[in-house]
Design a binder for this molecule. Structure first.
Ligand SMILES: C[C@@H](Nc1nc2c(c3cc(-c4cn[nH]c4)ccc13)C(=O)N=C/C2=C\CC1CC1)C(C)(C)C
Length: 320
């Protein structure tokens, strides 16, 4: 993305007649706001067009008074810090910059004009193996990047996987992410699946019931492997058309998770079944780590790395 794209770059002549480049941050008046794209718990995401460049963005608007009243300031800062760490990957919604006025905070972000992956899944009922492999690979590649930058998402689910105009994914909603303390990690950011297991403080946050990992429910701890549990649930859901753990209410869903009570529908593809069975394991240590997932036969044919983001997305077909 060219430099001038995000912030306002202005060439001017100063008082001595010398050309000077001024970087001006834009404000509300520089955008024309469009429709509401999504509602968070204390924010709204709107489509917006930069009046000067005509580029389209998504702008997340947060009401300052509400954030303070609901004691969410910490989450807003976590989201901003997380997004600022994850700027170099095509599979992550990019934060260009923020500004504020007396009432609100504004995050200027990538517009994912395809909307939520969940929307497409509902329309198709389920994805076929080729589509599940492609979207699964893109999601895994983005998770790998997040983890290598010391970030655990903690609330991965089809609603938080967006699609851009090329039908490639963009992961979003980092308000509940966990940034691993660089002092405690082994520095390479890869390897240890339990990285992030808190010892001292009890974890307060729990993700969305259907995708919550058992370790978060039993010993209140999230770790990198927790994102891979959610990944296993997503792969299952793309092919089956529903998540593996779903009950009448949250408590019963949690019981199914900690009891590993799930089954594959007849005809579920066997390679995908083998992969899901190695991800939906109660012990995070024995859960398949990312490098082993990438080399699992289900992903045979996937070229990992930049190529994955340059190739054309497969046409969405249902798995019948
Ligand atoms: C999950 C999220 N929904 C959404 N968040 C974002 C969208 C987005 C776009 C559509 C959409 C586009 N076309 N049609 C629908 C539908 C839902 C969206 C976007 O384009 N760019 C950044 C976003 C979020 C950035 C966030 C990290 C700060 C919730 C429901 C929480 C608002």
């Amino acid at each position: 993305k060219e430099k001038g794209a995000a912030t306002g770059i202005r060439q001017e002549i100063d008082q001595n007649g010398r050309p000077v480049t001024r970087v001006v941050k834009k404000g509300v008046k520089d955008f024309s706001f469009g429709r509401t794209l999504g509602e968070g718990s204390y924010s709204t995401v709107l489509a917006a067009t930069d009046r000067q460049t005509l580029r389209e963005y998504a702008i997340k608007v947060l009401d300052k008074r509400h954030i303070i009243k609901e004691k969410k300031v910490k989450y807003v800062n976590i989201e901003k810090d997380t997004l600022n760490r994850l700027t170099e990957h095509p599979g992550i919604v990019r934060l260009y910059y923020t500004f504020q006025d007396e009432r609100s905070l504004y995050f200027v972000l990538d517009l994912a004009s395809g909307g939520e992956l969940l929307g497409f899944l509902k329309k198709m009922t389920s994805f076929d193996v080729e589509c599940t492999r492609f979207y699964g690979a893109q999601i895994l590649d983005a998770i790998d990047y997040m983890h290598s930058r010391g970030v655990i998402h903690r609330d991965l689910k089809p609603e938080n996987v967006l699609l851009d105009d090329q039908m490639h994914i963009k992961i979003t909603d980092f308000g509940t992410a966990k940034i691993l303390d660089p002092k405690k990690t082994n520095g390479t950011g890869s390897g240890d699946p339990l990285e992030g297991m808190e010892t001292e403080r009890a974890q307060s946050f729990v993700g969305t019931a259907e995708y919550v990992s058992p370790e978060l429910l039993t010993d209140k701890n999230a770790c990198k492997a927790s994102d891979l549990w959610a990944f296993g649930c997503i792969i299952y859901q793309l092919l089956a058309g529903r998540p593996p753990f779903k009950a009448a209410n949250e408590y019963q869903t949690f019981q199914k998770i900690v009891g590993l009570e799930y089954a594959f529908p007849d005809g579920f593809p066997s390679l995908a079944k083998d992969l899901v069975e190695r991800l939906l394991v109660l012990d995070p240590i024995t859960r398949l780590p990312i490098e082993h997932i990438k080399s699992h036969p289900f992903f045979d044919g996937i070229v990992w790395g930049k190529g994955l983001w340059k190739q054309k997305a497969p046409r969405l077909k249902a798995y019948v």
